[in-house]
Design a protein around this ligand. Structure first.
Ligand code: SAH
Ligand code: SF4
Ligand code: F3S
Length: 458
């Protein structure tokens, strides 16, 4: 009998990618194989994002197209998961009757039980095996992307969820509503997961949370005098220090950070732990204090700029990337100019630039969508052009130099390898030798906006 297969399409952020990995790992425990060909899949999962209207529209198209899949495969199952499933719930099922099951983002961790209950899968194993956290598979999980052939048995780099949800309620953002309040995984559980994966060849872990700096938990510490365990509060810096001790793990990354929670302790910790990569993603959103206040971001530009100075003082070669938004309700030319000035002053290594998209039920929704489409487009282009020019200029400092990269994937079509520098630059190069998982020096020949092109001279 042919093996059963599943297909997953993921929209949205790294949290969704990580959840998709978790869903895939679970199905693989039951003997399902991943497939790139949706038409041959027994189960099709669409993991959705609600952050902007555009993300939702793309998912609508994808889900709508699955009507043809259902027509060809009446026994096939369509499962829609993630933030849209949470936000829209049954409304989605009314719009697309060919959906067999909805699993909202807040229920991501209950995916096995919900799938089982729905009858879509037959999981006859001991109940304990399926109620165990699937976030911590102790066998290698599937590849991050299907276009690369990272070794099938060893995962070189992986996302590790440390917290779920968000308490910040930035006025424009749907995430706190669709993901719920912050919840933190215990230190021991995270360390155990990474330790197991490292024993299987993992080299790098990216710790994931909507706001990693607000991580809070308790951990047990041994009292050397009595030999007994006591409980101590742990913050993100403590978690990093614990993960840093894992033998064999080479690199630690983390995202995303909220400026209001970036403490001196955190900055000193990342400066002192050499496995922690020299990169921080620190969303600014806007350079205008007036807009930042309306966004409920809880900091001013001056405060943010102070953080940048501190980070660069303690970690000279740190790369700083950001998220920026144009067209927030009421954004004037002057406000927009403040964002352009902020970029010129800070010179981000890379920036994502988004057009404001009104989200129902958020605070900002009440302010209307006052910046017209043309102005949003114009501001988006101007800001993106500036950010990309700065990013290219920043990348060009590598020209002619050697960059140490951890090789994490190989494109199956071109055979090119991709590795990342500690400061999160993607380096693409050719090599006749098998290099996956290795740390090597690559000579940089060309600087692009999103990547560096290099040559293996070893
Ligand atoms: N928790 C993370 C990521 C949130 S979503 C963080 O705070 O960094 C990623 C980015 O999407 C945000 O930083 C913001 O720039 C953008 N974004 C969120 N809601 C948006 C909206 N309604 N319209 C446009 N961009 C939005
Ligand atoms: Fe959204 Fe703000 Fe939370 Fe990020 S910190 S997820 S932008 S509410
Ligand atoms: Fe999108 Fe949900 Fe992430 S709304 S950005 S997939 S948390």
């Amino acid at each position: 009998m042919n093996k059963k297969t599943y297909f997953i399409r993921t929209f949205g952020c790294q949290m969704n990618e990580s959840d998709s990995d978790m869903f895939g790992a679970y199905l693989e425990q039951l003997g399902y194989m991943p497939t790139d060909n949706v038409d041959e899949a027994d189960i099709v999962i669409v993991n959705t994002c609600s952050v902007r209207q555009h993300a939702e529209e793309r998912a609508f198209t994808e889900i709508g197209d699955l009507k043809h899949y259902k027509a060809k495969n009446p026994a096939g199952k369509v499962v829609v998961v993630g933030c849209m499933a949470e936000r829209m719930g049954k409304e989605l099922k009314v719009k697309f009757p060919h959906i067999d099951l909805l699993v909202g983002a807040k229920s991501a961790e209950q995916f096995p039980e919900i799938m089982k209950k729905s009858g879509i899968i037959a999981d006859t194993r001991d109940a304990r095996a399926t109620t165990e956290k699937i976030a911590a598979p102790d066998k290698p999980v599937r590849n991050d992307t299907k276009t690369t052939d990272e070794s099938a048995t060893t995962k070189i780099t992986t996302f590790v969820t440390i917290s779920r949800g968000c308490n910040n309620y930035c006025s424009y953002c749907v995430v706190p509503y669709v993901r719920g309040p912050e919840e933190y995984r215990p230190v021991e559980e995270i360390v155990e997961e990474i330790t197991k994966l490292t024993a299987n060849g993992l080299k790098e872990a990216t710790l994931l949370g909507q706001n990693v700096n607000s991580y809070r938990s308790v951990m047990s510490v041994i009292d050397p005098a009595s030999g007994s365990y006591t409980l101590k509060e742990a913050d993100f810096s403590d978690l990093l220090a614990e993960i840093h001790k894992i033998v064999g793990l080479k690199r630690i990354r983390y995202m995303t950070n909220h400026p209001k929670d970036v403490s001196d302790k955190f900055i000193k910790t990342i400066a002192s732990l050499n496995k922690v990569c020299t990169h921080i993603h620190l969303p600014l959103q806007s350079g205008s204090d007036r807009v930042l206040e309306l966004m409920n971001r809880k900091y001013t530009f001056e405060y943010y700029y102070g953080l940048i100075r501190k980070l660069r003082y303690h970690i000279a070669d740190i790369s700083i990337t950001t998220d920026l938004m144009v067209g927030f309700p009421g954004e004037t030319d002057k406000d927009f100019k403040a964002t352009l000035d902020a970029v010129s002053k800070i010179k981000f290594d890379f920036a994502y630039v988004f057009k404001y998209s009104p989200r129902e039920n958020t605070e900002a929704f009440k302010l209307g969508d006052t910046v017209n489409k043309e102005t949003k487009e114009k501001r988006h282009k101007e800001l993106l052009d500036l950010c990309n020019a700065v990013a290219r200029e920043k990348n060009s400092k590598y020209l002619g130099k050697l960059a140490e990269v951890l090789v994490e994937s190989r494109q199956s079509d071109t055979g090119e390898y991709m590795g990342k520098t500690k400061d999160n630059r993607a380096v693409v190069f050719q090599s006749a030798r098998e290099l996956l998982g290795q740390s090597i020096n690559i000579k940089i020949k060309e600087a692009k906006v999103h990547s560096l092109i290099g040559e293996n001279i070893a």
